[in-house]
Design a binder for this molecule. Structure first.
Ligand SMILES: Nc1ncnc2c1ncn2[C@@H]1O[C@H](COP(=O)(O)OP(=O)(O)OP(=O)(O)O)[C@@H](O)[C@H]1O
Ligand SMILES: [Mg+2]
Ligand SMILES: [Zn+2]
Length: 527
C-alpha cells in the first residue's frame, strides 16, 4: 500500500497534492483546501502559508512524528503547504489528518487522486492516533453544503457527525486507518442517517422541576411571567431562601425548543467541544451559572482558539448570575451587547466572529449586605449607608434591562415541612407556550414582549382609563423613569397575554408595578 521508494531531492515529484479539511468560523464551518508541493531545497520539513495561526504551525511537528510512527516516510525535502482560502485566519489542530494525508499523496506514498472527494478532519498525536476535535457537527454540515459526500473524522466524534444525514462517514482512530480509507481498503464507511425520531424536540425532560419547590408562589408566578414574555428576572432574598433552587428550574418552564433552536444550541456545544460521544440534538434549554470571578473572555467568548463564552453557552436558555452585586463592572459590561443584540461579537487580530447569545438573564442578590433586610424572622444589622452602598453597585445599564424584580422570602419551617401541592413545570410551561403563541401572532416571527421594539409598545399596549390612572399614580409615587414606565407596560402586556386578555386591565398593571421593587428601594434609599 505504500511505496517504499525513497525520493532523492532531484526527483521530487512535480505534483501538487490537494486535500480537503474544514475550519470553523463562529458556529459554521467552511471547506479548507490543503495544497501541498515539494520544493528542492535541503531544509526538510513543512512550511505552512495561508494565514495559519501559531496553533497550526505546531502541527508540523505532530504530522512529522505521526507519519513516521505509522511506518511511512517523511519527505527529506522542503514541503510547502498552502491553506486556501488564504485570506481567512485558520487555527487549531483539526487540519493535522488532512495535512498528513496530503503530504503522503504529494510524496507518492498514496494516490493523490483519491483525496479529491473526501474531507478529512482530526488532530494527530505523536504516535499517529487520531484525537477528537471540537466543531464536528458544523463541519459535517459544511461538508454537505459544499457538495462533498465523504467525511473522514475522529472515531470519538462519530455520533456528532451522524446528526447530519446523507453523508458517508469514516470514523478513524489512527493515521494508518485514515490511509486505508483513502486507499479504498477499508470498510469503515457508515452512512449517516440524521437525527433520530427522539430528537424531535418533543419529550423534554428536566431533572429539576418546579414542583420540588415548596411555597414561594409569588416568586414562581414572577418566573412564569418572565418565561412567558422573555423578560429578565432579578430575585432578591436572604441567604438560603431558595433563589438558586428556583433559578435552576427556569429552563423547565420555557417553551419547548424548535428544531432550529436545538440545532443552533447543539452547534454551539459542538464548537465548544462539549458534545463528544453524544448522538442527540440538545433539546433541553441550557442553564449556565458562571461564578462572579469569571473572566471577561470566559463570559463573552474568544481567546486565541476562539470558543463561545458563557453568554453563548446559555443561548436559548438561562444565564444565571448568582449574587449579581459581586460581579465586577467589567463582567457586567460584557453582557450589554448580548442583551441588546442577542449575539456577541468577538474581535480577533484579523477577523471578527459572531456567536448567537440569546438568553433570559436571571440574577439574584441579597436585599442588603447582611442579607436579612425585610426578613420576618431575623433582624437586619446593616446601616442605611451600607444598604445604599450595596444597592448602588447595581445601578446602570444591566439593571435597566431587567424587567422583573421579585422578593424571595425565607420560608418558615412549617411551610417547608408541608410538601406537596406544587404545580409541576409541564403545567406552567403549557401556559407559557400559549402566551408565547399570542405574542408570535401579534409580533411575527419569534417575537416576544420583552424584545418588542419601543415604537410598537404604544400600539400593542392599549390602556383603559382605570389602568392608565393606576400607572400614572405609580410613576408619580415611586419617581419611576420613562424606562421603568416602558418596562411596566411590557410586563403588563405579558400578564394580560397569560390571562388570555386582549386589553391590559388595571389588575395587569398592578401586578407589573409590583415587579419593580428595586425602584421602590432606590426611592426609599435616595438613590
Ligand atoms: N421553597 C423551598 N422548597 C424546598 N426546599 C427549599 C426551599 N427553599 C430552600 N430550600 C432548600 O434550601 C436549600 C438552599 O436554597 P438555595 O441554595 O436555593 O438558597 P439561596 O437563596 O440561593 O441561598 P444563597 O443566598 O445562600 O445562595 C435548597 O437547596 C433547598 O434544599
Ligand atoms: Mg444561591
Ligand atoms: Zn442587612
Amino acid at each position: 500500500m505504500r511505496a517504499r521508494r525513497r525520493l532523492r531531492s532531484r526527483d521530487i515529484p512535480n505534483v501538487i497534492a490537494l486535500g480537503y479539511s474544514a475550519a470553523l468560523r463562529g458556529i459554521d464551518a467552511y471547506i479548507v483546501r490543503v495544497e501541498v508541493v515539494g520544493v528542492p531545497t535541503t531544509d526538510a520539513g513543512i512550511h505552512i502559508v495561508g494565514l495559519a495561526d501559531r496553533s497550526i504551525q505546531e502541527s508540523k511537528e505532530r504530522v512529522n512524528a505521526a507519519v513516521r510512527s505509522c511506518g511511512f516516510l517523511f519527505p527529506t525535502y522542503k514541503v510547502v503547504v498552502n491553506l486556501a482560502p488564504a485570506d481567512i485566519r485558520k487555527e487549531g489542530a483539526a487540519f493535522d489528518v488532512a495535512l498528513a494525508l496530503s503530504v503522503l499523496a504529494m510524496d507518492e506514498q498514496l494516490d493523490a487522486a483519491r483525496l479529491r472527494d473526501i474531507v478529512c478532519l482530526g488532530e494527530l498525536a505523536l504516535d499517529g492516533a487520531v484525537k477528537p476535535v471540537g466543531g464536528v457537527l458544523p463541519a459535517a454540515l459544511g461538508v454537505k453544503k459544499a457538495g462533498f459526500s465523504k467525511f473522514l473524522l475522529p472515531a470519538d466524534n462519530l455520533p456528532e457527525a451522524a446528526l447530519v444525514d446523507g453523508l458517508t462517514l469514516y470514523p478513524v482512530r489512527t493515521l494508518q486507518q485514515a490511509v486505508q480509507v483513502v486507499l479504498g481498503l477499508s470498510d469503515l464507511g457508515v452512512r449517516s442517517g440524521g437525527p433520530t425520531a427522539q430528537d424531535d424536540v418533543e419529550p423534554i425532560r428536566y431533572i429539576e422541576d418546579l414542583e420540588d419547590v415548596c411555597g414561594q408562589e409569588r416568586a414562581k408566578r414572577a418566573m412564569e411571567v418572565a418565561a412567558a414574555g422573555g423578560h429578565n428576572l432579578l430575585m432578591i432574598g436572604a441567604p438560603g431562601s431558595g433563589k438558586t433552587m428556583l433559578a435552576r428550574r427556569m429552563p423547565s418552564i420555557l417553551p419547548a425548543m424548535t428544531r432550529n433552536e436545538a440545532l443552533e444550541v447543539t452547534k454551539l456545544y459542538s464548537v465548544s467541544g462539549l458534545l463528544r460521544h453524544k448522538s442527540r440534538l440538545v433539546t433541553t434549554r441550557p442553564f449556565r451559572a458562571p461564578h462572579h470571578t469569571v473572566s471577561a473572555t470566559a463570559l463573552a467568548g474568544g481567546g486565541s482558539l476562539p470558543r463561545p463564552g458563557e453568554v453563548s453557552l446559555a443561548h436559548g436558555g438561562v444565564l444565571f448570575l448568582d449574587e449579581m452585586p459581586e460581579f465586577p463592572r467589567a463582567a457586567l459590561e460584557v453582557l450589554r451587547q448580548p442583551l441588546e443584540d442577542r449575539s456577541v461579537t468577538v474581535c480577533r487580530a484579523s477577523s471578527t466572529i459572531t456567536y448567537p447569545s440569546s438568553f433570559i438573564l436571571v440574577a439574584s442578590m441579597n436585599p442588603c449586605p447582611c442579607g436579612y433586610a425585610g426578613d420576618r424572622l431575623r433582624g437586619c444589622s446593616c446601616s442605611p449607608h451600607a444598604i445604599r452602598k450595596y444597592l448602588s453597585k447595581l445601578s446602570g445599564p444591566l439593571l435597566d434591562r431587567i424587567d422583573i424584580h421579585v422578593e424571595v422570602p425565607r420560608l418558615s419551617y412549617e411551610s417547608l415541612a408541608r410538601p406537596g401541592g406544587a404545580e409541576c413545570s409541564a403545567v406552567v410551561r403549557e401556559r407559557v407556550e400559549r402566551a408565547r403563541a399570542v405574542q408570535r401572532a401579534r409580533l411575527g416571527g419569534e417575537g416576544c414582549n420583552a424584545l418588542m421594539p419601543a415604537k410598537k409598545l404604544r400600539d400593542v399596549c392599549v390602556l383603559d382609563d382605570a389602568s392608565r390612572s393606576l400607572l400614572a399614580a405609580a410613576v408619580a409615587k415611586f419617581h419611576l423613569s420613562a424606562r421603568a414606565h416602558d418596562r411596566i407596560l411590557r410586563v403588563a402586556r405579558t400578564v394580560a397575554d397569560l390571562a388570555g386578555s386582549q386589553n391590559i386591565a388595571a389588575a395587569h398593571i398592578a401586578e407589573a408595578v409590583g415587579y419593580r421593587s428595586l425602584d421602590r428601594s432606590f426611592t426609599q434609599n435616595g438613590l
